[in-house]
Each structure stands twice: as structure tokens, then as C-alpha cells.
Design a protein around this ligand. Structure first.
Ligand code: HEM
Length: 489
């Protein structure tokens, strides 16, 4: 009996300890910043609330006042930052706020098994080796496939219209476009998702994404440690997808030595592997991350752009349509003021990666003048908060106003660079770890949007409930648009 009581007490204490570590931040966390209640992160699972509403209700006020908050996410307490000065410090002091992606944060998870140790999440020399390998291919690329894919994409919309289906769910179609773009521009093979709707490789990717980004397992990643049959399947599917992906690259670039004559990011990674700078796992991890970041993030921004153009169709579709009229050279699109101001405003208003928590302190440090953060604490940044902070953007921070970027292309570019340097827009992040795919993503947006504006007019489907994603990456949730042919052309 005594043993039973003791056992009961131990279980009770263990349970209380676990509950307490969820409800209350660790005692050594900074006292000078507020705590967002732990349950906030669970609300989108229980209620129909999107992440911008959540921000407005629970985070905005303390975040704007203090610039940083204590925030429970991914089974742990973190410090979430939005004040530009703090972000600038974090981005600059990379040794103290060291990158620590999922492979370190939750190494046992299916998510970590998917993306591994890669150029986005690595730190130090390993990161430099990866970055050296992929930079050239991501900065200097042939935009012809993007142009061709934009046309195929429009043909698919046209086909829907001809079949009497004017209303289109944009997610699946945009994903097919984004996959074909990144595979052809950076990985040297054709994913073939636009040509064939039921492409087995694409189906495989959809299947693993469903398992990896399952909201429950994203919230409680430690569950991946348990022998849950569905999670075992997730790990198996991830492993076979990674193998298949590298085999596609191998067939296209390695077996026929095509990598020797090409400058795709994948070709340079293969060269780095042949020169023993990176091993086979690192080669695989980086090929996977190029596919993952290279299609998911542009897909989000594309969806947001289509949404904004539908919402403000009378004004913005018309203005952009006039601006692109008669332009056939995709390179000239990069110099158009309205189109570029529109895109920068889309990134500001709805930064596709709204919250990123992938840095960990390597020593006790001070953020700003007063916030003392102990060693081994995850520090993340809240892009949405930064780009909606009235300190940065005044009273119109929440308004869609592309004109704020300027009216001529030089001013617009200068303001964009300044916003990045001052960390008032961090959608593509700032500093040494800035996104390597910004140029590519913006090129995709400009070319595809221009082609769409030429061919169609679109509006929000009246049956679509105007909402953004509940958690994770930010974009309109299951966006549905109604298309018609642009008769003027
Ligand atoms: C709209 C599209 C995109 C957005 C909003 C975006 C955003 C970002 C952000 C915020 C980061 C910093 C992440 C962090 O702090 O951990 C990042 C890094 C990165 N992105 Fe993108 N990205 C986009 C498109 C792309 C594309 C198309 C690629 C091509 C593969 C790409 C490749 C990378 C790489 C390689 C890094 C890591 C850079 C480094 O740490 O050295 N991104 N991106």
C-alpha cells in the first residue's frame, strides 16, 4: 500500500512538473518582458480563429509595448521579438543568437527528418560551406522556365474556364507551378507537376506534407518519440521521398555528368560533394531544402498577391494591367514601379513566414538595454508584428498601401533596401542570413502575375470565407478565386 502511495505521489509530482513547465515560463527567463498565456498557441486548434486575429487579440499590445514577449511554442518556452532594434542585434550577433533549426531543436521529429541539416538552419563553418555551394545557382538563374510555366499555368486556368468552372481553388494549382519553377530553375530536373495533375512524385510530396505539418504533431513534436504507427509511416514516407528526390537529381545531373556544364544550385552542391566538402547526407538535406523553401515560400506569396489583387481588383488589377501592357521582356518587369511596390507591400502586409523561431542563445546575453536572456533559450522573430508596428509604419501600418514605397523605381528600391537594413520589414530577413531566394521568388511573382493580368480578370469567390491561415506560414486560407477572360487583350 505504501509503495502504491509513493508511486501515486511520484506520478502526481511528475504530472505537476510537466503541467507547470507548460503553463509558466522557466524562472530564469527575463522578467522585464510580458508572458503570452500558454494556451494562446492552442486556440487555432480549438476555434476558428486566424493567426492575424490571434495576434490582434493576445500579442499585439504587449509586443508593441515591450518589443519582445515570452511565448510557448513547439513544446517549449521561447522569446519572441518584433522590435526592429532588437532584430538588428539578433541578426548581427550570430555567434550569440546562433541558428538552431529543427535538426537541433527537435531532432527526433518527422519534420527534422524531412529537412535535416541545411543551409537555412545550420551555423558556423558548416553553414558557410552550404552557402558557398548554393549561392551562385540561386542568384544567377535562367528565367525562361518561369516564363514558360506561367503560360502553362494560365492555360490550365483557361481550360477550367472553358469547361465552365470559373471558380478555382488556388492552393493545389499554385503548388504545381511553384514545384515546377524551383525544380527547373535550381535543381536541374522537371518536377512535371503542371503537365500532369496526378503526378506520383507530387502525390508523394502531398502525402508527406500532410503528415509532417499535422497541427497536433507540430504543437507536440515530442510525440514523434513514441511508437505511434501513423508517425512511423510518416518517417518511412519522408525517407523514401528524400531518396526519390535525390535520384531524380542524380538521373538528370550526375549520371550523364550534366552537372559539370551547368550552374544550377544542385550542380554546385554535387561539386561540393565530389570535392568532399559535404557528405551525401548533407547533399540530400540541401537538395531537399531547396525544393521545400523554393516552392513553399513563393507559393505563399503568390497566393497573397492573387488575394490582394482580387480584393482590390478595381484599382490594383487595372493599374498593374495598364503598367505591364505591351511589355514582352520579362526582365523589364523588374523595373516597373507599381508592380514592384505592390509586391513589397504584399510582403510587408502578409510576410509569408510570419513567425520564425530558430535561434538559440549560446551564452547569457542582453537584448537591448534591459532584457537578460540566459544561455540555451530559443529566440524567434515575429515578422508580422515588425511589419505592423506603428513605430515603423505609422497609423497606416495595417492598411494596404503600395504607394508608401514611392512612385519611381529608384525610390521604391531604395525604400525596400532601407526597410530590410533597418529591420522594419523582415519577410526576407536581414543581414548575413538573408534569404538567398528573394530575387528568384520576386522574379516568379512578376512574370506569373504579369501573364495572368494579361490573360484574366479575377475576384474573390463570394463563397470563400475571407480568412488567413490559422497557424504556421501566413497566406489566405484555402483561397478560392473566380476568373474570367480579359477581353481587352
Ligand atoms: C516569397 C518567398 C520567400 C520568402 C518570404 C523567404 C523568406 C526567407 C526567410 C525569412 C529566411 C530567413 C530564415 C531564418 O531566419 O531562418 C530565408 C532564408 C533562406 N531562403 Fe528564403 N524565402 C523565400 C523564397 C526562397 C526561395 C525561392 C529560395 C530558393 C531555394 C529560398 C532559399 C533560402 C535560403 C537558401 C535561405 C537561407 C539563407 C542563409 O541562411 O544563408 N527562399 N528565406
Amino acid at each position: 500500500m505504501e509503495i502504491l502511495k509513493l508511486l501515486g505521489l511520484i506520478i502526481f509530482l511528475l504530472f505537476s512538473y510537466i503541467v507547470l513547465t507548460i503553463i509558466v515560463p522557466p524562472l530564469n527567463f527575463p522578467k522585464k518582458i510580458p508572458t503570452i498565456p500558454f494556451y494562446v498557441v492552442f486556440l487555432p486548434i480549438l476555434f476558428s480563429i486566424d493567426q492575424t486575429e490571434l495576434y490582434e487579440l493576445y500579442i499585439k499590445e504587449p509586443m508593441e509595448k515591450y518589443g519582445a514577449v515570452k511565448f510557448f511554442f513547439g513544446s517549449r518556452w521561447n522569446i519572441l521579438v518584433s522590435r526592429s532594434e532588437y532584430l538588428a542585434q539578433i541578426f548581427k550577433d550570430e555567434d550569440t543568437f546562433a541558428k538552431s533549426g529543427n535538426q537541433k531543436k527537435i531532432p527526433y521529429s518527422a519534420l527534422a527528418a524531412y529537412t535535416g541539416d541545411n543551409v537555412i538552419s545550420a551555423h558556423g563553418k558548416v553553414w558557410r560551406d552550404y552557402r558557398n555551394a548554393v549561392t551562385n545557382g540561386l542568384q544567377h538563374f535562367d528565367d525562361a522556365p518561369i516564363f514558360k510555366n506561367a503560360r502553362i499555368f494560365c492555360d490550365l486556368i483557361e481550360k477550367s474556364i472553358q469547361e465552365g468552372q470559373f471558380s478555382i481553388q488556388m492552393g493545389p494549382l499554385s503548388q504545381r507551378l511553384a514545384l515546377d519553377n524551383i525544380s527547373q530553375v535550381a535543381l536541374g530536373f522537371d518536377f512535371g507537376a503542371l503537365k500532369q495533375e496526378k503526378n506520383a512524385f507530387h502525390e508523394h510530396l502531398i502525402c508527406i506534407k500532410r503528415q509532417i505539418f499535422h497541427p497536433f504533431f507540430l504543437t507536440f513534436p515530442f510525440l514523434d518519440l513514441l511508437p505511434i504507427p501513423s508517425r512511423k509511416k510518416a518517417f518511412k514516407d519522408v525517407a523514401s521521398f528524400r531518396e526519390l528526390l535525390v535520384k531524380r537529381v542524380q538521373d538528370e545531373l550526375i549520371n550523364n555528368y550534366k552537372f559539370e556544364q551547368t550552374t544550377f544550385a544542385a550542380s554546385d552542391l554535387i561539386r561540393a560533394h565530389n570535392n568532399e566538402i559535404i557528405d551525401y547526407n548533407q547533399l540530400t538535406d540541401n537538395i531537399v531544402i531547396i525544393l521545400v523553401a523554393g516552392h513553399e515560400n513563393p507559393q505563399l506569396l503568390f497566393s497573397t498577391s492573387l488575394y490582394l489583387l482580387a480584393k482590390y481588383s478595381n484599382e490594383w488589377q487595372e493599374r498593374l494591367r495598364r503598367e505591364i501592357s505591351g511589355i514582352t521582356d520579362p526582365k523589364v518587369l523588374a523595373d516597373l514601379p507599381l508592380l514592384n511596390a505592390f509586391l513589397f507591400e504584399a510582403v510587408r502586409l502578409y510576410p509569408p513566414l510570419s513567425t520564425i523561431i530558430n535561434r538559440c542563445t549560446t551564452r547569457t546575453c542582453k537584448l537591448g538595454a534591459e532584457i537578460i536572456i540566459p544561455k540555451n533559450v530559443y529566440v524567434g522573430y515575429n515578422n508580422f508584428g515588425t511589419s505592423h508596428d506603428p513605430k515603423n509604419w505609422g497609423s497606416t501600418a495595417y492598411d494596404f498601401e503600395p504607394e508608401r514605397w514611392g512612385s519611381d523605381i529608384e525610390t521604391i528600391r531604395k525604400n525596400w533596401r532601407t526597410a530590410k537594413n533597418r529591420c522594419t520589414v523582415t519577410g526576407f530577413h536581414g543581414g548575413r542570413r538573408a534569404c538567398l531566394g528573394e530575387k528568384l521568388a520576386l522574379t516568379e511573382m512578376r512574370i506569373t502575375l504579369a501573364e495572368m493580368l494579361r490573360q484574366f480578370r479575377w475576384e474573390l469567390d463570394p463563397e470563400w470565407k475571407e480568412k488567413l491561415t490559422p497557424a504556421g506560414p501566413l497566406c489566405p486560407f484555402n483561397l478560392k478565386l473566380k476568373f474570367k477572360k480579359n477581353v481587352a487583350e
